[in-house]
Design a protein around this ligand. Structure first.
Ligand code: GRF
Length: 202
């Protein structure tokens, strides 16, 4: 299964996927292409260092979200991408893009959805006073972090946690969870019925 990974930031989840691919831990999943919308971001450097074809598509150069998303879909299609993996990609995708990859776009979010969608999820969780935080991998729909949930991992909040310390422990779980979910999708072990997603064990 050809993967297209989209990112905007440091790219630690991208790195976890690159490392998993190197170990054979994505099963039949192959990273075909990486796209970033922020030139010079860490994700771009990591992809280039791994020798993966990479493109930069700055969203600010497009007159509308629709125009940006059409160019993005075209780039992914040139690499025959079958699964779009958002790894810290800070753009909301339009219905036009999602229609081009039906139930073929996934995202990872640093909270136990449906709690704390959107940005600064770890700060939202700490401010609320939750005792258990975590991360969620979900299919992407037209909302913000609202699509059907594929998998979640819990991370206990510790006394004295800051947004940074909690983020670090959540990221460690993200780096384990995301490759496992990508592998399950690549191996055809994921079925979806409305909002209900089932992941069969390997
Ligand atoms: C992660 O916390 C992910 O859950 C969120 O954006 C962050 C990306 O981090 N969607 P990185 O660029 O993979 O290090």
């Amino acid at each position: 299964m050809k993967l297209g990974i989209l990112a905007s930031g440091s790219g630690s989840n991208l790195q976890a996927l690159i490392d998993a691919a190197g170990r054979g831990d994505l099963g039949p999943g192959r990273i075909a292409i990486v796209g970033v919308n922020v030139a010079g971001c860490g994700a771009q450097s990591r992809a280039e260092a791994a020798g993966i074809p990479t493109f930069v598509l700055p969203h600010k150069e497009f007159p509308s979200r629709e125009a940006f998303d059409a160019a993005l879909a075209a780039k992914l299609n040139t690499a025959d991408v079958e699964l779009v993996v958002l790894a810290g990609f800070m753009r909301v995708l339009t219905p036009g893009f999602l229609d081009a990859f039906p139930r073929r776009v996934i995202n990872i979010h640093p909270a136990l959805l449906p709690s704390f969608p959107g940005i600064h999820a770890q700060t939202q969780a700490l401010d609320y006073g939750v005792k258990v935080a975590g991360c969620t991998v979900h299919f992407v729909d037209a909302g913000t972090d609202t699509g059907p949930i594929i998998a979640q991992a819990a991370v206990p909040v510790q006394d004295g946690d800051t947004a940074a310390s909690l983020q670090e422990r959540i990221l460690a779980e993200e780096h384990r969870l995301y490759p496992a979910v990508v592998r399950a999708l690549a191996e055809g072990r994921v079925t979806i019925d409305g909002r209900h997603v089932r992941v069969r064990s390997a």
